[in-house]
Design a protein around this ligand. Structure first.
Ligand code: SF4
Length: 466
């Protein structure tokens, strides 16, 4: 590294995959002399790590780029050069178009290319523009620098680890198979090495992530493909790792062995994000989800048979082409039948190049908005009931950060709810038993209990949630 550190500002949009990717970009640039800054106006390199899932994603990126362009101009007026890069799924989808529409952009690179950032920056340093949206044949993770212990500690006791990328499911509304490519699973040994590195620096909770994480089939030490269930068991055995989660799953890949680890693996937290999108068989078929409503409900029954207090969250798309009031009523009915502890819900919006974008019977915006309001009210009702069911209960909380008020720490319950507690800062990064004394709209409030006790396997939360 030469001279004073260069400032890197990365803004992540969208899912946890992007948050993880952004961190790995920062790790890759650390040996090049970059340190992260939270202030875009001080940055020498600005990276927007974009997401294509949300409505008008590309337009939002262009509007953000307008702000970045002004920063770049202000810096240039002060004699300082700022390099602007667009990464992620919008970069993959739009490619050179981004530089054409916003000439302030120097680099455009897709999710499979960020390990080549140092070379791309080298080109930009000489005034060149670069676009890299190739799908490489090699594993980009092999080429990424590992984060330093200090960087890991600054990010807290909970970490994401990408184990799988891409998707072969081709849901008719989704761009992921086009922007992230086919399913690719990392080998078990590399994941284990990464988790050991994180655990040695103090990480206690690992969330294994992938676009279709439960389709994981990476090569095991025995040279055979290992399913996610086996990977979870292996990672649970790593010293220091106390909690495991995985996301995001597809119902089709919820195998029997994976359901069984929810029963048998105490480190696996009793919370699962299992997107269903709709409760109508007709719409599920039009979405190419390849499962029925009955399949989903049966899976929920089997999962809760394995882990009775399992908190389930989901994704919903409202107003998919052709959705009738009866279809929507079936979705509301499914929400009541499952009793989700939370959900992400969106109005359908067409993604260019996806089959659903060309379907007849697109639903008008007013109908979508009205249905979304009803759906979110149903989800809120179940979430509030689930949270109320936590009152007076005690369970372990992993403390992740300080709260807004002095002496306050914020952690996560086994069910992923934020829990606020008055506690010493020395508990940061630690797990302690907490009794819930108050339930707010977005978080729980608790007090430390003196002796460790967990009651996460008690079944009455489920009853409270439905
Ligand atoms: S499973 Fe469907 S929604 Fe999920 S990433 Fe794959 S294509 Fe997209």
């Amino acid at each position: 590294m030469n001279g004073s550190p260069k400032q890197l500002y990365v803004k992540s949009f969208g899912c946890q995959m992007n948050v993880y990717d952004s961190r790995r970009m920062a790790d890759t640039l650390a040996p090049e002399g970059y340190v992260e800054t939270a202030a875009a106006e001080h940055a020498d390199l600005v990276i927007l790590n974009t997401c294509h899932i949300r409505d008008k994603a590309a337009e939002k990126v262009y509007s953000e780029l307008g702000r970045v362009r002004r920063l770049k101009e202000d810096a240039a007026a002060a004699g300082r050069r700022v390099v602007v890069a667009v990464a992620g799924c919008v970069a993959q989808a739009e490619g050179e178009e981004i530089i054409r529409r916003q000439p302030a952009v120097d680099l455009v690179f897709g999710p499979q290319s960020y390990h080549r950032l140092p070379q791309l920056l080298e080109r930009a340093a000489h005034g060149g523009k670069a676009v890299d949206t190739e799908f490489p044949v090699d594993d980009k993770f092999d080429r990424l620098a590992a984060p330093s212990a200090a960087a890991i500690r600054s990010r807290g006791a909970s970490a994401f680890v990408t184990v799988q990328e891409g998707c072969d499911k081709f849901c008719t509304f989704c761009v992921v198979p086009y922007t992230r490519g086919a399913e690719l699973s990392r080998p078990v040994a590399k994941i284990v090495a990464e988790v050991e590195h994180l655990a040695a620096a103090g990480v206690r909770e690992i969330t294994l992530i992938g676009q279709n994480v439960n389709a994981y089939h990476g090569e095991g030490p025995d040279k055979r493909p290992w399913p996610l269930a086996r990977l979870l068991q292996r990672v649970a055995g790593i010293e220091g790792i106390r909690r495991l989660r995985y996301t995001t799953s597809h119902p089709r890949d919820m195998s029997d062995d994976l359901i069984t680890v929810h029963r048998d693996l105490p480190e696996l937290m009793p919370q699962l994000h299992l997107p269903v999108q709709s409760g109508s068989d007709r719409i599920l078929a039009a979405m190419n989800r390849r499962h029925t409503r009955a399949d989903y409900l049966d899976m929920v029954r089997r999962l809760r048979g394995a882990r009775s207090d399992l908190a389930l969250t989901s994704d919903f798309i409202v107003g998919f082409p052709g959705e009738t009031e009866d279809d929507f009523a079936a979705t509301l009915d499914l929400i009541d039948a499952v009793g989700f502890s939370g959900a992400f819900s969106f109005k359908y919006s067409p993604r260019p190049g996806t089959p659903a974008a060309d379907m007849a019977d697109q639903i008008d915006e007013d109908t979508k908005s009205e249905r979304l309001g009803r759906l979110q009210a149903a989800i809120d009702r179940h979430q509030a009931a689930f949270n109320r069911g936590c009152l007076d209960r005690s369970f372990d909380v992993l403390f992740e950060r300080t709260g807004r008020h002095a002496g306050q720490l914020v952690g996560r319950s086994p069910y992923l709810q934020p829990v606020q507690v008055t506690a010493a800062a020395s508990l940061l990064g630690e797990i302690a038993a907490v009794t819930i004394v108050e339930v707010g709209s977005n978080s729980l409030f608790g007090r430390l209990v003196s002796k460790a006790q967990t009651s996460v396997s008690e079944p009455d939360l489920l009853a409270a949630g439905v």
